[in-house]
Design a protein around this ligand. Structure first.
Ligand code: PHE
Length: 528
């Protein structure tokens, strides 16, 4: 019997799954690339897993309709598991929350804001950007969520530090830093300062690179950086006899170093923050909405606050308070607790003192955002900025320009997106005071129109969001507590971005959900 390469590969695929198949292909030199192998493999549970083994689908109660909870129900649902999601809020998505006109933002300190945004204007109050390599992109494809580019880096946006007289465009900052660094390194190389590390040919090639990287002059000029069109123009090139005017004057090397602009550049080198990045068209909540549609809304109980988790010899019982304040109970074979750890730590359970201590181990970080709606898209019309982020050392941290609705009449700027102590400072203020402070700070970059053309605003402090109480968590280590919660406590599994190496990303929640789904399903299939 002929046994060709294709038969061999498909045999490996049947017994070992896609991971083994891919590894075998790699060993045979057939895998497309090493990068492609960086993706984890996931085989969703299937109907046939039950029908072919004579088992019946189990009942699973999922705590929390954030991204992890939704993905768990969606994937288990593919095999026919009977899933019910309990969600304390009156919406799905958890931190994935898109605020539009009419939406209410109520915080734990009792303040309530009602968004007055016009049609088509929205604030992604939580997650707002997706990296191309993240599994979130795959879910968008599978769920039919349309994507568009999210502009995370824009040469035309600004860097502003309080030691500057005026904000500097990213392009200008880069031209100056790359230019001066290239000048210095070219001179040192040419003078022989690096001869111990470089051959004569290396030196020549390094100098050629620096000439192009930094746009510096030739050897005769001393490799001098003297500015150029990369800095931008004070008068743009035009028709006829208008060559444009290069932006000047060029600051000195010492001034460029003192400004600290170069220390901003690393942000966009990050694996998770590098362009291109993406966002769902119309708002990030397209993702939870699509999940909820596939799961079936009837499986999701909103305004159902979990009050007790009891692991039983043969399953699990969850007690919750329903929308009418009545105590309800639900029994299931398995439970997936996809709530924040610090909220679980405040929930009654019988999972033991070690689990309790583990749940209390990670610490919640705060983050804040304010959406500033403007009557006019002055950042486009006056400043030629179409999307992107301005980085500052002000307590607002960053200002974001919208990556949608270009050229329309109104639009929304994120007036601050900050974490930690800066977010705490804004959280301590009433919404009107947050707006005042954000405007006062932002005017240092954009001037009086930043105040005068404001139409409305909404701000959020994640540590004050009921049932969430934080933006994300940090672990002291990935040992101990993290390891313990990566395993089920009886019939209770834990899921969330907090149990991944992608904390503060939806991808972390999705990968965690896939891990729990795989483990839970394997357990169900291996017991009778
Ligand atoms: N994912 C969040 C964001 O993009 C939080 C985060 C910030 C994560 C910076 C990593 C680095 O803003």
């Amino acid at each position: 019997m002929g046994y060709n390469r294709r038969d061999f590969l498909s045999a490996v695929g049947v017994s070992g799954g896609a991971g083994a198949l891919f590894a075998t292909m790699g060993a045979l030199g057939l895998a497309p690339s090493a990068e492609a192998a960086a993706k984890g493999t996931f085989d969703p549970p299937q109907q046939s897993d039950f029908s072919l083994t004579g088992r019946s689908a189990k009942k699973v109660v999922i705590l929390g309709a954030g991204i992890a909870g939704l993905a768990t129900a969606y994937e288990l649902g593919k095999a026919g598991y009977d899933c019910t999601i309990l969600e304390a809020l009156d919406r799905v998505g958890g931190r994935n929350w898109t605020i539009r006109g009419g939406d209410r933002v109520t915080e734990l300190d009792g303040s309530t804001q009602v968004a007055k945004f016009g049609d088509g204007v929205y604030l992604n109050a939580g997650p707002a950007r997706l990296a191309q390599w993240m599994v979130t992109m795959d879910y968008c494809r599978e769920l039919g969520v349309d994507l568009e580019v999210f502009t995370n880096s824009n040469a035309q946006a600004y860097i502003y530090h309080q030691n500057m007289r005026a904000p500097v465009r990213w392009r200008t900052a880069k031209a100056d830093v790359y230019g001066y660094v290239s000048e210095l390194l070219s001179r040192a190389t040419d003078a022989g300062a690096l001869d111990a590390a470089l051959t004569a040919q290396d030196k020549e090639r390094l100098i050629a690179f620096l000439s192009s990287f930094g746009a510096v002059g030739d050897k005769a000029s001393g490799f001098k950086y003297s500015g150029g069109t990369r800095r931008g123009h004070s008068v743009n090139p035009g028709a006829g006899d208008q060559p444009g005017t290069v932006l000047g004057p060029v600051p000195s090397l010492s001034e460029v170093l003192a400004s600290g602009v170069g220390q901003r550049f690393a942000f966009e080198f990050g694996y998770d923050q590098a362009m291109l990045m993406f966002q769902p068209v119309g708002g990030m909540d397209a993702i939870p909405r699509a999940f909820a549609g596939r799961i079936g809304r009837q499986r999701i109980r909103l305004r159902a606050k979990v009050t007790r988790i009891t692991d039983l010899p043969d399953g699990v019982e969850v007690e919750y308070e329903d929308r009418h304040g009545r105590t309800q109970k639900i029994k299931a074979d398995m439970c997936v607790a996809a709530m924040p750890p610090h909220i679980l730590a405040k929930t009654a359970h019988n999972l033991g003192p070690e689990v309790q201590a583990a749940l209390a181990t990670p610490t919640a970080t705060n983050a804040g955002k304010i959406g500033l709606e403007y009557r006019r898209r002055w950042w486009e019309v006056d400043e030629d900025i179409y999307g992107g982020v301005t980085a500052t050392d002000l307590d607002l941290a960053t200002i974001w320009y919208p990556s949608y609705g270009y050229g329309s009449s109104r639009g929304m700027v994120v007036g601050y997106y900050n974490f930690g102590a800066q977010a705490d400072a804004y959280a301590a203020l009433k919404p009107a005071e947050r707006e005042r402070r954000a405007i006062e700070q932002g005017m240092k970059i954009h001037g009086a129109k930043y105040r005068d053309e404001l139409a409305s605003s909404v701000s959020i402090a994640w540590k004050l969001q009921p049932h969430i109480e934080g933006a994300w968590v940090g672990w002291p280590s990935r040992q101990g507590a993290y390891q313990l919660l990566g395993k089920p406590a009886g019939h209770v599994y834990f899921a969330g971005d907090w149990l991944s190496y992608m904390i503060a990303w939806q991808a972390g929640a999705l990968e965690s959900a896939r891990k729990v789904v795989t483990e839970l399903h394997q357990r169900v299939l291996s017991t009778s």
